[in-house]
Every structure is written in C-alpha cells, then in structure tokens.
Design a protein around this ligand. Structure first.
Ligand SMILES: C[S@@+](CC[C@H](N)C(=O)[O-])C[C@H]1O[C@@H](n2cnc3c(N)ncnc32)[C@H](O)[C@@H]1O
Length: 402
C-alpha cells in the first residue's frame, strides 16, 4: 500500500502548540508542490468530480489523480475552483443536464453530493429529497457512461449512515450493488489533521471483480464508528476498508488565527460575552489565568434564552453554511493589549481550518468565501484518502495505464 512517507509527503498534521504562521503555510505549500511535480504525469489515474464546489477535493487529490472533468451549479464556487485549478475542465451546470456519454473515461468518479437533507443541522428530508437526492442523478450519469469508472467515492455528513437507522446508506449500497459494485463506508474526521471537528462519511465502491483483500479487514477498525457498523449489518458486498491512521495533529486553533483581523467593537464584544453561559464563563476565567488566546463558540437557545457556548479544547466546531440553519461560529479572543473581544472567523481562517494551502485563492465576498469553505471537504482528509487507499486501489485496477 502506498505510504505518505515513502512518497516524500509527510502527513498533513502539525505539532501541538504554537507554530509560526509562515512556517505552517510554507510546509503546506511545499508538501502540495512536491507531490504534484513528482507525480503528476501521463500515467496518473484520472478522475471526474461531481459537485466540485470550491475545489478542495481537487486540491487534496492533486498529484495522485488528474481531474479531467468537474462540475457544479454554483457560479460563485466556480469562481473559486477556476482561480485555483483552471477552467479547461470545469462545467458550470446542473447535474441534471449532464449526460454520461459525453464524459471522458476515468478511473475515479467522486461525488460530494449536497448534504442539507441528511445534515443534523438542516431539515432531514433524507436521501430521496430534492438536494441530497442528487446522488441518484450521479448514478444515472454513471449508467450512461460507455465504461463506468472502476472506483466511486460519495462523500457526505454523518446522517448518511446514522439517520433512520442507516436506511439511507443501505439504499445507496443496494443501488451500487445493482450496478456491479461492492462498497463500504468509512468515517474520517478532519480534526485528525486540522483544528476543526468535521466528521464526514466516505462511501468507497469498486467493481465487484476487484480483489480487495489487501485493502480490507475482516471486521470494523478505526474507520468504522458505531453508526457505520450498525448501517452495515447484513449487507451483501460490504467492505471493511482498511487504511493507515495519520500521525497526531500538530496545530490548535490558536495557530491558525489572523492576529491583525479586526474584532467587534467594545459594545458588540461586551454584548456577545454577556451571553456566555454560566459554566463556560467560569471556565473562561480559569483559562485566562493560563495564557488563554482564543475559544470558539456558537450562540444557542437554551430554556428560551440565547447563550454563547464556548469550547476550550483548541478545536473549532464544524464550519457550516448558512443553509445549515445554524448560527455562525464566533471567536472570543485575547487581543495583544490583553483585552477580550469577539469576532467571526475570517475567510482565511476558514480556509486554514479546511487545510487549504496558504496560496489558495478565495475570490468574492465574505459570505461567498465562508460558504465555499463551509461546504467543502478538508484538503488533508482527501489527500490522505487518495494516498493511502484510492491510489493503491486505482493501481490495483491497472488504472494508472488506462
Ligand atoms: C457539499 S458541497 C461539495 C463541495 C465540494 N466538494 C468542495 O470541496 O468544495 C455540494 C455542492 O453541490 C453543488 N450543487 C447543488 N446542486 C447541484 C446541481 N443540481 N448540480 C450540480 N451541483 C450542484 C453545490 O453548489 C455545492 O457546491
């Protein structure tokens, strides 16, 4: 199995504790460019990317898979995608207008399909609903291809395996089986690489005839928390995928903060801090005696009252888009003058929380940038999956010479 160390690419993790920002960004860019210059060649396996959004999956797969076609319906996200990956292979249209027989042949087809109907933060209408139901359009497009890609990845929120006792996942699994695939779901939480809690489900399917012994285990492993185990009960053609665990994460939230970003004015900061819930306030006072720098939190309604709940583990909560129905994440920070203030995350901070390289371009307004990052797949997660499972599988398919 491919190994990030022998490929000259260290895991995208950082030492715990503060690390100078310039070094963090230098390491991130160096890592990405080393891989692309050494590995992107004529024999690089190809991929199609549905729901490509702002291109963070393409960023994570870069160097190991070559994107030959990408699509999204959102013009603003297209702006982010093409600013970073070029426009030659990006199609701006709805998946409903995509015909499989017009797509290039590819080894991998990746779909990060809309999560709103499966998201715990949204209205859970399920996998048959208008937005998350677009996964069926993806399968329809695959059906129309003269030769289906041998490897498929569908990515979504935990609701895909946990909601309705796993029924949504099972429906997708059966649809994959009917098309000649065997499959399994894994959960990767971006917090293993970056200071953001972001568990996501990756359904990985391969053609039934592929021998996957060296990529799988006889039962669950670290990739399979209990909702996955429950969803998998009695499923035919289920795979317990196996993959190397990343090293420990090396950054905390304080490492990705833009020191010079403007904070809310004194009265708005005081208003926000007045909402800090009782035990969180007590903890904040304790932290202040211990070199406190920053804590993220969400405003929530508890007992009919609005409160600001903070976390003190050095990790941000999951970035979400406004459509998720939740409030924006707020930071409480200690400014250089020692005073406390509040503010929203900057767009660059959201990009850092997604593991995007320092040079990743995010054109557009604050809201565009926040949404582009909040909807995406964390780069080091996609990179790890590509390096330690998808590329070895693609090689086993003989795909690097396809
Ligand atoms: C979960 S996001 C995927 C984000 C992307 N993987 C990334 O890393 O930025 C889902 C994407 O589906 C897109 N989308 C929604 N409806 C669509 C449709 N009918 N056709 C194509 N894309 C659509 C949204 O614009 C959004 O970018």
């Amino acid at each position: 199995m491919a190994n990030s160390r022998n490929m000259g690419m260290p895991d995208q993790g950082f030492r715990h504790g503060p690390k100078p920002r310039a070094e963090v960004s230098r390491r991130m860019s160096k890592t990405a460019s080393n891989v692309s210059s050494r590995q992107q060649g004529a024999d690089t396996p190809t991929f199609l990317e549905f729901f490509a959004g702002s291109g963070l999956v393409a960023e994570g797969l870069k160097g190991r898979f070559k994107s030959v076609w990408a699509n999204d319906v959102c013009a603003r996200k297209r702006g982010v995608y093409v600013a970073n990956h070029g426009q030659d292979h990006f199609i701006l249209n709805s998946i409903s207008d995509v015909r499989g027989d017009s797509l290039p042949k590819a080894t991998l087809s990746w779909a990060s399909f809309p999560c709103q109907d499966l998201s715990l933060a949204g209205v859970m209408d399920g996998i048959a609903a208008a937005r998350s139901g677009l996964v069926w359009e993806w399968l329809r497009v695959m059906d129309e291809m003269p030769e289906k890609p041998p490897v498929l990845v569908a990515e979504n929120v935990m609701g895909l395996v946990s909601a309705e006792g796993g029924a949504y996942y099972r429906a997708l699994h059966e649809a994959l089986r009917e098309r000649g695939y065997k499959a399994g779901a894994v959960v990767l939480n971006a917090v293993r690489w970056v200071p953001q809690s972001r568990p996501r489900v990756f359904v990985i399917a391969v053609k039934k005839e592929l021998d996957i012994k060296k990529f799988s285990d006889p039962g669950p492993n670290w990739l399979h928390p209990s909702p996955v185990v429950r969803a998998a009960v009695d499923l035919k053609d289920w795979i317990w995928w196996r993959m190397r665990m990343p090293g420990p994460r090396r950054t905390v939230l304080a490492d990705i903060i833009e020191e010079d970003a403007p904070c809310d004015d004194t009265s708005a900061s005081a208003r926000n801090m007045g909402l800090i819930a009782g035990r969180h306030h007590k903890r904040l006072l304790q932290e202040l005696a211990n070199g406190f720098k920053v804590a993220p939190g969400y405003k929530r309604t508890r007992g009919g009252r609005q409160v600001l709940e903070l976390r003190f583990d050095g990790v941000a909560g999951c970035l979400r888009t406004p459509e998720g129905g939740s409030s924006r994440q707020l930071l409480v920070l200690r400014k250089p003058d020692g005073k406390l203030a509040t503010r929203l995350l900057t767009v660059r901070e959201t990009a850092r929380l997604m593991g995007a390289p320092g040079k990743y371009k995010i054109p557009g307004s604050y809201n565009d940038g926040y949404k582009a990052m909040g909807d995406a797949v964390a780069v080091p997660v996609a990179r790890h999956l590509a390096a330690h499972l998808l590329l070895p599988i693609a090689e086993a398919c003989g795909a690097s010479h396809a």
